[in-house]
Design a binder for this molecule. Structure first.
Ligand code: ZN
Length: 458
């Protein structure tokens, strides 16, 4: 599905701009018209962190005329492993200002608008209204739902991205033409179920992989070229080096963009994303203490058995004095977990890992925790990851006639997953070696998935 350009072209480019953007101008699909549209475009980036860094830098380099930055945080040393728009000398500075200075260095023809504040119900409409397109680089569910709801209510498109360790996802949500984030994820996961990048880690360069997808989609939307990721989810796996797109349909029962919406305005997103199920509340009742309480107990000589159950990587970083190592560090018997609140106050919780009903980290499960909740359209095959037998490279289903004549005369049917090919089948050498389990079906979806059968889908 191709869409019309999001913005009108600017009246002209200066001689300097023609020189600067010459590699764009000689691409027939972009050309002068597309570059003028970029010049006239106003794009807002929510967050100047992992995804916002590459997104802002490439949007600026591409010649997007006005870039807005919503960011309230300051640069921390631990950001520099991936947030490449900031540097050593920026530590302690507001990220929005640091990003603005980097953008000016990359492209002085870009107007940068700094919104040095947290995005909230009070300012989201006023900020979003100033822009044609939003790039979502947020790292928490409350802001993610806020961005989605505000964009849908304002009728604006936005490019969404998400990263965790070696996995990334990206899509374009535009309720006018396709699904919104709530169609994909109607409800947030229980608090604490999905670790943040600070808790679970992220490969720094993954930010560039997903951020560049977001910028690519932004440029396509602004200039009206190609097929945007509307109604499709890009799933990137850095370890397998696979990109897959999965069709996502608009949910006619979506509470926000469905046929009978029940959400007609902004809601309390902290409450929406912070609600713990009754089971989880019951499991946690009276079983959580703070580090200060623990210290008081230890100082008072209270007789306690302190068990530390870190992942091996965590154990290498820090060990809790006076504790003993739990059964099988990082193993499936891990009964408790530790988490660190944003305030820096560590909490020792006795919430069982299985108490929240996570389908992937039950005792004995060989699957590692991953995205949750699982999108409603994904069906995990019963035997995924257990197949054996010889490894068969996927065959391209792309007809030979679809290949440009300048390439080889026939599509590759060997070891190169071509185009939108889904990657390697389960039971691959990597899986057989037990190094990593697949999570999703790997066969190319040849027919409509569960969501595509819904009546009224577009
Ligand atoms: Zn929706």
């Amino acid at each position: 599905m191709s869409l019309p350009p999001l913005v009108e072209p600017a009246s002209s480019l200066s001689i300097d701009e023609v020189r600067r953007y010459s590699r764009h101008l000689i691409i027939p699909d972009v050309a002068m018209d597309g570059q003028k549209r970029l010049k006239n475009a106003r794009v807002l980036c929510v967050g100047a962190g992992g995804l916002g860094s590459p997104a802002l830098m490439y949007l600026a380099a591409a010649g997007v005329g006005t870039l807005g930055i919503v960011e309230f945080d300051t640069v921390d040393e631990s950001n520099l492993q991936r947030q490449i728009i900031h540097g050593q000398s920026d530590i302690g500075r507001p990220k929005a200002e640091s990003a603005r200075d980097s953008i000016r260095e990359i492209n002085p023809y870009v107007d940068v608008v700094v919104h040095n504040e947290a995005l909230s119900n009070d300012n989201v409409f006023q900020i979003f209204e100033q822009y044609d397109l939003i790039v979502d680089g947020t790292d928490n569910f409350a802001t993610r739902y806020l961005v989605n709801d505000a964009a849908v209510l304002l009728g604006k498109p936005y490019v969404w991205g998400s990263i965790y360790r070696f996995d990334g996802q990206a899509s374009v949500f535009w309720a006018e033409y396709g699904p919104c984030y709530r169609c994909l994820y109607p409800e947030p996961p229980p608090p604490g179920m999905v670790p943040s990048c600070a808790e679970g880690g992220v490969l720094g360069v993954l930010c560039a992989s997903v951020g560049s997808i977001q910028v690519t989609e932004a440029i396509k939307l602004l200039t009206g070229i190609g097929e945007p990721l509307v109604g499709r989810l890009m799933v990137y796996d850095a370890l397998e080096m696979s990109y897959r797109t999965i069709k996502v349909r608009k949910d006619p029962n979506c509470a926000l963009c469905g046929e009978n919406p029940t959400i007609t305005g902004l809601v309390d997103y902290e409450e929406f994303c912070g609600t713990v199920s009754e089971d989880a509340s019951a499991a946690a009742l009276g079983s959580t203490i703070t580090t200060r309480e623990l210290k008081d107990w230890l100082d008072a000589g209270k007789s306690i058995d302190l068990i530390d159950v870190p992942e091996p990587a965590e154990y290498e970083i820090v060990k809790i004095p006076g504790s003993r190592l739990g059964p099988g560090p990082g193993g499936s018997l891990r009964p408790w977990r530790t988490s660190t609140a944003r305030s820096g106050t560590s909490l020792l919780t006795a919430i069982p890992w299985t108490g929240l009903g996570c389908p992937t980290c039950a005792p004995g499960s060989r699957r590692r925790p991953t995205y949750w909740p699982r999108p409603r359209w994904v069906r995990r095959p019963a035997e995924a990851g257990r197949r054996s037998g010889p490894v068969t490279p996927p065959r391209s289903t792309r007809p030979a006639s679809a290949w440009p004549s300048s390439t080889t005369s026939a599509p590759c049917t060997g070891n190169r997953p071509a185009g939108r090919s889904p990657g390697w089948p389960a039971g691959s050498a990597r899986t057989a070696a037990g190094r990593r389990m697949r999570r999703w079906p790997t066969r190319r979806r040849t027919g409509p998935g569960p969501a595509t059968r819904r009546p009224g889908s577009t």
